[in-house]
Write a protein that binds this ligand. Sequence first.
Ligand SMILES: [Zn+2]
Length: 122
Amino acid sequence: MRRAHTRLFPGVRQQLLDAIYAGRPFRAIVIDLGLISDQVLGLTKTEEHWAAALEAALMASRRDDLTHGTNAAYAQGCVCSDCRAHQRIWMDRRERGEHASLSEPVQWSPPPSPRSWNQGRL
Ligand SMILES: [Zn+2]
């Protein structure tokens, strides 16, 4: 399958930034503009100006009621730098197979009953 190469034209970037400042969720805007969030965010790695502009918009409009830098905030669609950094760490872990430790059931052991405890002592 051929990878779609949609360019982020300056006009589209401005629409995206305007919508973020207007308080619309990032992912919804990206879909409306026919973009892919990975593409929009991926550009920040190579384009400093875009990274700065996007980050400023995201930080200015991010929700105050979320704890940023957590899965909860990311799940709410927040892609501010704090949430992305957190998600990156999490994804890295998943790629390395460390997710097993996150989903592992906690071993439950019954507390020693007073009787057996006494028996052990006596
Ligand atoms: Zn956030």
